[in-house]
Write a protein that binds this ligand. Structure first.
Ligand code: FA5
Length: 340
């Protein structure tokens, strides 16, 4: 073994280390040169057989080479690791100044917004919110409301009958009876809920819509109370003074009965396509609770007076948001829904 051999070994190792591309390859070369049974180890072990002076000289050079190679391997290993990290950083680079993409969030349906507004207004005026079943008996939907079998009013409130004799309620008025059966006056309730009708659809009619029933019962309740509450409700719902009127109408469960109309909020009562040029829009039925309704609920008619109303929630929302076709509410059309 000569110094010359060590120099050749050093150059060969240097060259190979330089060419290395990854840590696996580097590890293989490390073992090749510095492994226990490999070239340099063998050289160091063979020194024992050399004369002392030569052994010292060659031994020193071999140890220097060993240290040199260790440093070279370490340098190369560091270089490869930095390269890997740099490449990863370049790949995963994030520009934290780029504006973020907003997640698409849903929002409340316009009918829910309107319903909550109505509920809030009546709650502030001391009304409780009561619910009743969508599937009703004929008794609650008709008979108890003074609409016996063969009464012509059953035709205008025709509905969907289930096979078991039950039906989908046509209005929220059955909840008047259900509530009065279980609660003694004085009463002040509103009843929001779905109702169903066997009816063709058009821009202002759906076969399913929401109603808000109102009921107030006490000792001395009159149409004046009805007018005052409704006037206050309109003012708060439309956030402006709204002209409204009670027009005589007929409902079997109220006497006298009215149609509640408001001055068209779209044309300010001048007459437009929405109000069919009349300047008025019918939004609810109402009246003084009929004695037969008290009787059917188990109350003595001469002891109590009360009024009731039934608003169409869609009609209210159409007027508030200036929507000209009721069918848009359940169309699922996002162009419509995202406006709210
Ligand atoms: C009734 O349903 C009565 N129960 C209202 C009532 C309650 C009267 C208490 C007296 C005392 P009517 O069928 O007119 O009445 O409906 C009431 C309101 O619901 C209407 O003024 C209208 O705003 C709305 N409405 C009625 N039919 C439809 C329909 N097909 N599509 C959308 N809204 C409707």
């Amino acid at each position: 073994m000569t110094k010359m051999n060590l120099k050749l070994l050093k150059n060969r190792a240097k060259e190979e280390i330089e060419k290395v591309k990854d840590l696996k390859e580097l590890n293989e070369i490390f073992n090749k040169y510095l492994g226990k049974k490999e070239e340099l180890a063998l050289i160091l072990r063979s020194l024992e057989r050399l004369p002392k002076t030569k052994r010292m000289k060659i031994g020193k050079s071999a140890n220097e080479l060993k240290n040199f190679l260790k440093i070279e391997f370490e340098k190369k290993s560091q270089e490869i690791k930095e390269k890997i990290q740099k490449e990863a950083e370049e790949k995963e680079w994030i520009d934290i100044t780029v504006p973020g993409e907003k997640p698409v969030l849903g929002h409340l349906h316009p009918l829910t917004i309107a319903k909550r507004k109505v509920e809030e207004i009546f709650q502030v005026m001391g009304f409780s919110i009561i619910e009743g079943p969508d599937i009703e008996t004929e008794w609650y939907n008709f008979d108890a409301l003074n609409i016996p079998k063969e009464h012509p009013a059953r035709d205008i409130w025709d509905t969907f009958y289930l096979k078991n004799g039950l039906l989908l309620r046509t209005h929220t008025s059955p909840v008047q009876i259900r509530h009065m059966e279980k609660n003694n006056p004085p009463l002040r309730i509103i009843v929001p809920g779905s109702v169903f009708r066997h009816e063709a659809t058009d821009p202002s009619h759906e076969f399913q819509h929401y109603q808000i029933e109102g009921l107030m019962v006490d000792k001395r309740i009159s149409v004046a109370n009805l007018k005052a509450i409704i006037g206050e409700f309109f003012r708060r719902f439309f956030e402006k003074d709204v002209k409204f009127r009670l027009k005589p109408d007929y409902f079997p469960f109220t006497e006298p009965s009215f149609d509640i109309g408001i001055s068209c909020v779209i044309c300010n009562g001048k007459g437009c396509s929405v109000c069919k040029k009349s300047g008025w829009l019918e939004v609810a039925g109402a009246g003084m609770v009929h004695p037969n309704v008290f009787k059917a609920s188990g109350l003595i008619p001469k002891d109590w007076q009360g009024w009731a109303f039934g608003f169409g929630l869609e009609r209210l929302a159409m007027l508030k948001y200036k929507i000209n076709d009721i069918r848009l509410f359940r169309s699922g059309d996002l162009r419509f829904l995202t406006q709210f």
